[in-house]
Design a protein around this ligand. Structure first.
Ligand code: NAD
Ligand code: UDP
Ligand code: UDP
Length: 308
Protein backbone atom coordinates (compact mmCIF):
# COMPACT_ATOMS: atom_id res chain seq x y z
CA UNK A 1 0.00 0.00 0.00
CA UNK A 2 1.27 3.45 -0.86
CA UNK A 3 0.25 6.26 1.50
CA UNK A 4 -0.49 3.72 4.23
CA UNK A 5 0.48 6.05 7.08
CA UNK A 6 -2.19 8.55 6.05
CA UNK A 7 -5.80 8.93 7.10
CA UNK A 8 -7.50 6.48 4.72
CA UNK A 9 -4.45 4.24 4.20
CA UNK A 10 -4.13 3.50 7.90
CA UNK A 11 -7.81 2.50 8.14
CA UNK A 12 -7.33 0.21 5.16
CA UNK A 13 -4.22 -1.30 6.79
CA UNK A 14 -6.25 -2.02 9.94
CA UNK A 15 -8.81 -3.80 7.83
CA UNK A 16 -6.29 -5.86 5.82
CA UNK A 17 -4.12 -6.78 8.83
CA UNK A 18 -7.19 -7.86 10.81
CA UNK A 19 -8.16 -10.10 7.90
CA UNK A 20 -4.72 -11.80 8.15
CA UNK A 21 -3.00 -10.35 5.08
CA UNK A 22 0.67 -9.43 4.82
CA UNK A 23 1.00 -5.69 4.23
CA UNK A 24 3.92 -3.56 3.07
CA UNK A 25 3.35 0.14 3.68
CA UNK A 26 5.25 2.69 1.59
CA UNK A 27 5.10 6.26 2.85
CA UNK A 28 7.30 9.36 2.89
CA UNK A 29 5.37 10.81 5.88
CA UNK A 30 4.53 14.01 4.04
CA UNK A 31 1.03 14.08 5.54
CA UNK A 32 1.11 10.64 7.12
CA UNK A 33 2.16 9.72 10.60
CA UNK A 34 3.72 6.65 12.21
CA UNK A 35 1.21 7.02 15.03
CA UNK A 36 -1.54 5.92 12.62
CA UNK A 37 0.10 2.52 12.10
CA UNK A 38 1.79 2.21 15.49
CA UNK A 39 -0.26 -0.83 16.45
CA UNK A 40 1.13 -2.90 13.56
CA UNK A 41 4.83 -1.99 13.71
CA UNK A 42 5.80 -5.11 15.69
CA UNK A 43 3.53 -7.49 13.78
CA UNK A 44 5.44 -9.97 11.63
CA UNK A 45 2.87 -9.60 8.83
CA UNK A 46 3.59 -5.86 8.59
CA UNK A 47 6.48 -3.99 7.01
CA UNK A 48 6.98 -0.23 6.90
CA UNK A 49 9.29 1.29 4.29
CA UNK A 50 10.02 5.01 4.31
CA UNK A 51 9.93 5.63 0.60
CA UNK A 52 8.98 8.40 -1.80
CA UNK A 53 7.04 6.81 -4.64
CA UNK A 54 8.39 9.29 -7.17
CA UNK A 55 11.48 7.04 -6.98
CA UNK A 56 11.32 3.49 -8.42
CA UNK A 57 11.19 0.52 -6.07
CA UNK A 58 11.33 -3.24 -6.62
CA UNK A 59 9.14 -5.45 -4.44
CA UNK A 60 7.19 -8.68 -4.78
CA UNK A 61 3.46 -8.20 -4.12
CA UNK A 62 0.09 -9.59 -5.24
CA UNK A 63 -2.00 -6.44 -4.93
CA UNK A 64 -1.16 -2.73 -4.85
CA UNK A 65 -3.44 -0.22 -3.14
CA UNK A 66 -2.13 3.10 -4.43
CA UNK A 67 -3.23 5.90 -2.08
CA UNK A 68 -0.13 8.08 -1.75
CA UNK A 69 -0.95 11.72 -2.46
CA UNK A 70 -1.78 14.59 -0.12
CA UNK A 71 -5.58 14.99 -0.18
CA UNK A 72 -6.24 18.28 1.57
CA UNK A 73 -6.11 21.46 -0.58
CA UNK A 74 -3.83 23.11 2.00
CA UNK A 75 -1.28 20.31 1.71
CA UNK A 76 -1.50 19.55 -2.01
CA UNK A 77 -1.16 23.26 -2.84
CA UNK A 78 1.83 23.75 -0.52
CA UNK A 79 4.13 22.15 -3.10
CA UNK A 80 2.03 21.76 -6.24
CA UNK A 81 4.89 20.53 -8.42
CA UNK A 82 5.52 17.73 -5.94
CA UNK A 83 1.80 16.89 -6.03
CA UNK A 84 2.02 16.49 -9.80
CA UNK A 85 5.18 14.36 -9.48
CA UNK A 86 3.50 12.10 -6.93
CA UNK A 87 0.48 11.62 -9.18
CA UNK A 88 2.40 11.20 -12.43
CA UNK A 89 5.81 9.66 -11.58
CA UNK A 90 4.52 7.93 -8.45
CA UNK A 91 1.58 6.33 -10.26
CA UNK A 92 3.84 5.40 -13.19
CA UNK A 93 6.28 3.65 -10.86
CA UNK A 94 3.51 1.74 -9.11
CA UNK A 95 2.00 0.69 -12.45
CA UNK A 96 5.47 -0.39 -13.61
CA UNK A 97 5.76 -2.48 -10.46
CA UNK A 98 2.27 -3.94 -11.02
CA UNK A 99 3.22 -4.82 -14.59
CA UNK A 100 6.49 -6.50 -13.55
CA UNK A 101 5.02 -8.67 -10.79
CA UNK A 102 1.53 -9.06 -12.34
CA UNK A 103 -0.16 -7.51 -9.31
CA UNK A 104 -3.68 -6.15 -9.25
CA UNK A 105 -3.49 -2.34 -9.06
CA UNK A 106 -6.02 -0.18 -7.19
CA UNK A 107 -5.99 3.58 -7.78
CA UNK A 108 -7.48 5.95 -5.20
CA UNK A 109 -8.83 8.61 -7.53
CA UNK A 110 -11.19 11.38 -6.55
CA UNK A 111 -14.42 13.22 -7.24
CA UNK A 112 -12.12 16.14 -8.07
CA UNK A 113 -11.80 14.66 -11.56
CA UNK A 114 -15.30 16.13 -12.04
CA UNK A 115 -14.00 19.61 -11.10
CA UNK A 116 -16.75 22.19 -10.59
CA UNK A 117 -19.47 19.98 -12.03
CA UNK A 118 -22.22 21.17 -14.34
CA UNK A 119 -23.97 17.80 -14.03
CA UNK A 120 -25.58 16.87 -10.73
CA UNK A 121 -25.30 14.33 -9.14
CA UNK A 122 -22.06 13.12 -10.73
CA UNK A 123 -22.07 9.73 -12.42
CA UNK A 124 -18.94 8.00 -13.68
CA UNK A 125 -19.84 8.90 -17.29
CA UNK A 126 -19.57 12.64 -16.58
CA UNK A 127 -16.25 13.92 -17.95
CA UNK A 128 -15.83 16.86 -15.66
CA UNK A 129 -15.22 20.58 -15.69
CA UNK A 130 -11.67 21.12 -14.46
CA UNK A 131 -9.62 24.32 -14.76
CA UNK A 132 -6.25 23.03 -16.02
CA UNK A 133 -4.31 26.09 -14.84
CA UNK A 134 -5.95 26.81 -11.47
CA UNK A 135 -4.68 26.26 -7.93
CA UNK A 136 -6.45 22.90 -7.66
CA UNK A 137 -5.15 21.64 -11.02
CA UNK A 138 -2.02 19.96 -9.59
CA UNK A 139 -4.36 17.60 -7.77
CA UNK A 140 -7.35 17.43 -10.14
CA UNK A 141 -5.33 17.07 -13.33
CA UNK A 142 -2.80 14.91 -11.46
CA UNK A 143 -5.53 12.44 -10.61
CA UNK A 144 -6.96 12.62 -14.14
CA UNK A 145 -3.58 11.65 -15.63
CA UNK A 146 -3.22 8.96 -12.93
CA UNK A 147 -6.50 7.48 -14.21
CA UNK A 148 -5.26 7.80 -17.80
CA UNK A 149 -2.05 5.96 -16.90
CA UNK A 150 -4.00 3.20 -15.15
CA UNK A 151 -6.25 2.68 -18.18
CA UNK A 152 -3.31 2.80 -20.61
CA UNK A 153 -1.40 0.17 -18.61
CA UNK A 154 -4.62 -1.87 -18.59
CA UNK A 155 -5.04 -1.65 -22.38
CA UNK A 156 -1.37 -1.75 -23.37
CA UNK A 157 0.19 -4.02 -20.74
CA UNK A 158 -2.83 -5.97 -19.46
CA UNK A 159 -2.31 -4.69 -15.91
CA UNK A 160 -5.33 -5.69 -13.83
CA UNK A 161 -6.59 -2.32 -12.56
CA UNK A 162 -9.36 -1.07 -10.28
CA UNK A 163 -10.17 2.65 -10.10
CA UNK A 164 -12.23 4.24 -7.35
CA UNK A 165 -13.39 7.86 -7.33
CA UNK A 166 -13.57 8.87 -3.68
CA UNK A 167 -15.92 11.65 -2.54
CA UNK A 168 -15.19 13.68 0.61
CA UNK A 169 -14.46 11.27 3.44
CA UNK A 170 -14.02 12.01 7.13
CA UNK A 171 -13.39 10.11 10.34
CA UNK A 172 -10.93 9.42 13.16
CA UNK A 173 -7.22 10.15 12.45
CA UNK A 174 -7.77 13.15 10.20
CA UNK A 175 -4.91 15.53 10.99
CA UNK A 176 -5.75 18.40 13.33
CA UNK A 177 -4.04 20.83 10.92
CA UNK A 178 -5.37 19.04 7.88
CA UNK A 179 -7.26 22.06 6.57
CA UNK A 180 -10.23 20.05 5.36
CA UNK A 181 -13.62 21.25 6.36
CA UNK A 182 -14.70 18.55 8.84
CA UNK A 183 -11.43 18.60 10.80
CA UNK A 184 -11.26 22.42 10.73
CA UNK A 185 -14.77 22.82 12.15
CA UNK A 186 -14.27 20.16 14.85
CA UNK A 187 -10.92 21.59 15.99
CA UNK A 188 -12.29 25.14 15.99
CA UNK A 189 -15.39 24.18 18.00
CA UNK A 190 -13.33 22.18 20.50
CA UNK A 191 -10.96 25.11 20.98
CA UNK A 192 -13.85 27.54 21.45
CA UNK A 193 -12.82 29.41 18.29
CA UNK A 194 -15.20 30.64 15.57
CA UNK A 195 -15.98 28.16 12.79
CA UNK A 196 -14.63 29.49 9.49
CA UNK A 197 -17.13 29.08 6.64
CA UNK A 198 -15.58 30.01 3.29
CA UNK A 199 -17.90 32.12 1.15
CA UNK A 200 -21.59 32.20 2.07
CA UNK A 201 -21.54 28.48 2.88
CA UNK A 202 -24.11 27.56 0.22
CA UNK A 203 -21.63 25.27 -1.62
CA UNK A 204 -22.39 21.61 -0.99
CA UNK A 205 -20.42 18.45 -0.27
CA UNK A 206 -21.37 14.84 0.49
CA UNK A 207 -19.54 13.31 3.44
CA UNK A 208 -18.73 9.61 3.72
CA UNK A 209 -17.57 8.00 6.96
CA UNK A 210 -14.18 6.26 6.68
CA UNK A 211 -15.34 2.70 7.54
CA UNK A 212 -18.02 2.84 4.84
CA UNK A 213 -15.44 3.93 2.29
CA UNK A 214 -12.98 1.16 3.23
CA UNK A 215 -15.72 -1.45 2.81
CA UNK A 216 -16.27 -0.08 -0.71
CA UNK A 217 -12.49 -0.31 -1.44
CA UNK A 218 -12.35 -3.98 -0.42
CA UNK A 219 -15.43 -4.84 -2.46
CA UNK A 220 -14.10 -3.12 -5.57
CA UNK A 221 -10.61 -4.64 -5.25
CA UNK A 222 -12.11 -8.12 -5.03
CA UNK A 223 -14.71 -7.66 -7.76
CA UNK A 224 -14.31 -8.20 -11.51
CA UNK A 225 -15.19 -4.61 -12.34
CA UNK A 226 -12.34 -2.36 -13.45
CA UNK A 227 -14.09 0.94 -12.72
CA UNK A 228 -14.10 3.82 -12.34
CA UNK A 229 -16.60 3.54 -9.49
CA UNK A 230 -17.84 6.40 -7.33
CA UNK A 231 -17.66 5.63 -3.62
CA UNK A 232 -19.21 8.24 -1.39
CA UNK A 233 -22.26 9.10 0.63
CA UNK A 234 -25.05 10.69 -1.43
CA UNK A 235 -26.30 12.73 1.55
CA UNK A 236 -25.63 16.31 0.45
CA UNK A 237 -25.15 19.23 2.86
CA UNK A 238 -24.29 22.88 2.48
CA UNK A 239 -21.10 23.86 4.27
CA UNK A 240 -23.16 26.15 6.48
CA UNK A 241 -25.35 23.19 7.51
CA UNK A 242 -22.20 21.24 8.36
CA UNK A 243 -20.89 24.13 10.45
CA UNK A 244 -24.19 24.30 12.34
CA UNK A 245 -24.22 20.54 12.93
CA UNK A 246 -20.66 20.56 14.33
CA UNK A 247 -21.36 23.68 16.42
CA UNK A 248 -24.54 22.18 17.89
CA UNK A 249 -22.75 18.93 18.70
CA UNK A 250 -19.71 20.47 20.42
CA UNK A 251 -20.37 24.01 21.48
CA UNK A 252 -23.77 25.64 20.72
CA UNK A 253 -22.35 29.05 21.67
CA UNK A 254 -19.56 28.94 19.11
CA UNK A 255 -19.60 31.68 16.50
CA UNK A 256 -19.75 30.99 12.76
CA UNK A 257 -17.77 33.50 10.69
CA UNK A 258 -17.30 33.87 6.94
CA UNK A 259 -13.96 34.01 5.12
CA UNK A 260 -13.23 34.41 1.38
CA UNK A 261 -14.04 31.45 -0.86
CA UNK A 262 -10.86 29.90 -2.33
CA UNK A 263 -10.59 30.02 -6.14
CA UNK A 264 -12.14 27.18 -8.18
CA UNK A 265 -14.00 25.88 -5.11
CA UNK A 266 -16.60 23.46 -6.57
CA UNK A 267 -20.21 24.65 -6.04
CA UNK A 268 -21.84 21.27 -5.60
CA UNK A 269 -20.82 17.68 -5.17
CA UNK A 270 -22.85 14.51 -4.74
CA UNK A 271 -22.06 11.03 -6.02
CA UNK A 272 -24.37 8.97 -8.14
CA UNK A 273 -23.64 5.58 -6.54
CA UNK A 274 -25.79 3.42 -8.82
CA UNK A 275 -22.70 1.52 -10.04
CA UNK A 276 -21.42 0.81 -6.52
CA UNK A 277 -24.87 -0.38 -5.50
CA UNK A 278 -25.50 -2.63 -8.46
CA UNK A 279 -21.99 -3.94 -9.14
CA UNK A 280 -20.58 -4.11 -5.60
CA UNK A 281 -23.78 -4.29 -3.55
CA UNK A 282 -22.31 -1.39 -1.57
CA UNK A 283 -23.91 1.61 0.03
CA UNK A 284 -22.98 3.74 3.03
CA UNK A 285 -24.42 2.81 6.42
CA UNK A 286 -23.14 5.52 8.80
CA UNK A 287 -25.27 8.70 8.90
CA UNK A 288 -23.48 12.05 9.22
CA UNK A 289 -24.62 12.68 12.81
CA UNK A 290 -23.26 9.31 13.96
CA UNK A 291 -19.99 9.60 12.02
CA UNK A 292 -19.40 13.13 13.31
CA UNK A 293 -19.91 11.93 16.88
CA UNK A 294 -17.26 9.21 16.47
CA UNK A 295 -14.89 11.66 14.81
CA UNK A 296 -15.35 14.27 17.54
CA UNK A 297 -14.59 11.63 20.20
CA UNK A 298 -11.31 10.83 18.45
CA UNK A 299 -10.33 14.51 18.20
CA UNK A 300 -11.17 15.05 21.87
CA UNK A 301 -8.84 12.20 22.85
CA UNK A 302 -5.99 13.41 20.66
CA UNK A 303 -6.35 17.04 21.70
CA UNK A 304 -6.14 16.11 25.37
CA UNK A 305 -9.80 16.63 26.24
CA UNK A 306 -9.99 20.19 25.05
CA UNK A 307 -12.48 22.29 27.00
CA UNK A 308 -16.26 22.14 26.30
P1 NAD B 1 -3.53 11.71 3.57
O1 NAD B 1 -2.85 12.98 3.20
O2 NAD B 1 -3.91 11.49 4.98
O3 NAD B 1 -2.68 10.47 3.11
C1 NAD B 1 -1.81 10.46 2.00
C2 NAD B 1 -0.58 9.65 2.38
O4 NAD B 1 0.31 9.61 1.25
C3 NAD B 1 0.22 10.26 3.54
O5 NAD B 1 0.55 9.26 4.47
C4 NAD B 1 1.46 10.84 2.86
O6 NAD B 1 2.57 10.92 3.72
C5 NAD B 1 1.64 9.88 1.70
N1 NAD B 1 2.38 10.43 0.56
C6 NAD B 1 2.14 11.61 -0.08
N2 NAD B 1 3.04 11.76 -1.09
C7 NAD B 1 3.83 10.67 -1.08
C8 NAD B 1 4.95 10.26 -1.86
N3 NAD B 1 5.42 11.01 -2.87
N4 NAD B 1 5.54 9.07 -1.56
C9 NAD B 1 5.08 8.30 -0.54
N5 NAD B 1 4.03 8.65 0.24
C10 NAD B 1 3.43 9.82 -0.03
O7 NAD B 1 -4.83 11.63 2.62
P2 NAD B 1 -6.06 10.63 2.66
O8 NAD B 1 -7.27 11.43 2.98
O9 NAD B 1 -5.75 9.42 3.44
O10 NAD B 1 -6.14 10.27 1.11
C11 NAD B 1 -5.62 9.05 0.60
C12 NAD B 1 -5.91 8.98 -0.88
O11 NAD B 1 -7.31 9.08 -1.13
C13 NAD B 1 -5.24 10.09 -1.68
O12 NAD B 1 -4.76 9.56 -2.90
C14 NAD B 1 -6.38 11.06 -1.94
O13 NAD B 1 -6.18 11.77 -3.13
C15 NAD B 1 -7.57 10.12 -2.04
N6 NAD B 1 -8.82 10.82 -1.71
C16 NAD B 1 -9.14 11.14 -0.42
C17 NAD B 1 -10.34 11.82 -0.14
C18 NAD B 1 -10.75 12.17 1.26
O14 NAD B 1 -11.80 12.80 1.43
N7 NAD B 1 -10.04 11.80 2.28
C19 NAD B 1 -11.18 12.20 -1.20
C20 NAD B 1 -10.82 11.88 -2.50
C21 NAD B 1 -9.64 11.18 -2.75
N1 UDP C 1 9.26 0.45 -11.83
C1 UDP C 1 9.39 0.32 -10.46
N2 UDP C 1 9.41 -0.94 -9.91
C2 UDP C 1 9.29 -2.07 -10.68
C3 UDP C 1 9.13 -1.92 -12.06
C4 UDP C 1 9.12 -0.65 -12.61
O1 UDP C 1 9.50 1.30 -9.73
O2 UDP C 1 9.33 -3.16 -10.10
C5 UDP C 1 9.26 1.79 -12.43
C6 UDP C 1 10.31 1.94 -13.51
O3 UDP C 1 11.51 2.41 -12.92
C7 UDP C 1 9.71 2.93 -14.47
C8 UDP C 1 8.21 2.85 -14.22
O4 UDP C 1 8.04 1.99 -13.10
O5 UDP C 1 10.13 4.24 -14.16
C9 UDP C 1 7.44 2.30 -15.40
O6 UDP C 1 7.92 1.01 -15.67
P1 UDP C 1 7.70 0.32 -17.06
O7 UDP C 1 8.34 -1.03 -17.01
O8 UDP C 1 6.27 0.34 -17.43
O9 UDP C 1 8.40 1.28 -18.07
P2 UDP C 1 9.93 1.43 -18.50
O10 UDP C 1 10.80 1.00 -17.35
O11 UDP C 1 10.08 0.55 -19.68
O12 UDP C 1 10.06 2.88 -18.80
N1 UDP D 1 -14.31 25.01 3.83
C1 UDP D 1 -14.82 25.94 4.74
N2 UDP D 1 -14.12 26.19 5.88
C2 UDP D 1 -12.96 25.55 6.19
C3 UDP D 1 -12.46 24.57 5.28
C4 UDP D 1 -13.16 24.34 4.10
O1 UDP D 1 -15.87 26.55 4.49
O2 UDP D 1 -12.39 25.82 7.26
C5 UDP D 1 -15.09 24.72 2.60
C6 UDP D 1 -14.30 24.74 1.31
O3 UDP D 1 -14.26 26.05 0.78
C7 UDP D 1 -15.11 23.79 0.43
C8 UDP D 1 -15.65 22.77 1.43
O4 UDP D 1 -15.59 23.39 2.71
O5 UDP D 1 -16.19 24.46 -0.16
C9 UDP D 1 -14.87 21.46 1.45
O6 UDP D 1 -13.51 21.78 1.60
P1 UDP D 1 -12.37 20.67 1.80
O7 UDP D 1 -11.06 21.39 1.78
O8 UDP D 1 -12.70 19.83 2.97
O9 UDP D 1 -12.50 19.71 0.53
P2 UDP D 1 -12.73 19.93 -1.05
O10 UDP D 1 -12.93 21.39 -1.34
O11 UDP D 1 -11.51 19.39 -1.67
O12 UDP D 1 -13.96 19.15 -1.31
Amino acid sequence: MTGGAGFLGSHLIDRLMTAGHEVICLDNFYTGNKRNIQQWLDNHNFELIRHDITEPIRLEVDQIYHLACPASPVHYQYNPVKTVKTNVMGTLNMLGLAKRVKARFFLASTSEVYGDPDVHPQSEEYRGNVNPIGLRACYDEGKRIAETLAFDYYRQNKVDIRVVRIFNTYGPRMLENDGRVVSNFIVQALQGKPLTVYGDGSQTRSFCYASDLIEGFIRLMNSDYVGPVNIGNPGEYTILQLAEAVRDMINPNAEIIHEPLPSDDPRRRRPDITKAKTLLDWEPTVPLAEGLKLTVEDFRKRMGNAPI
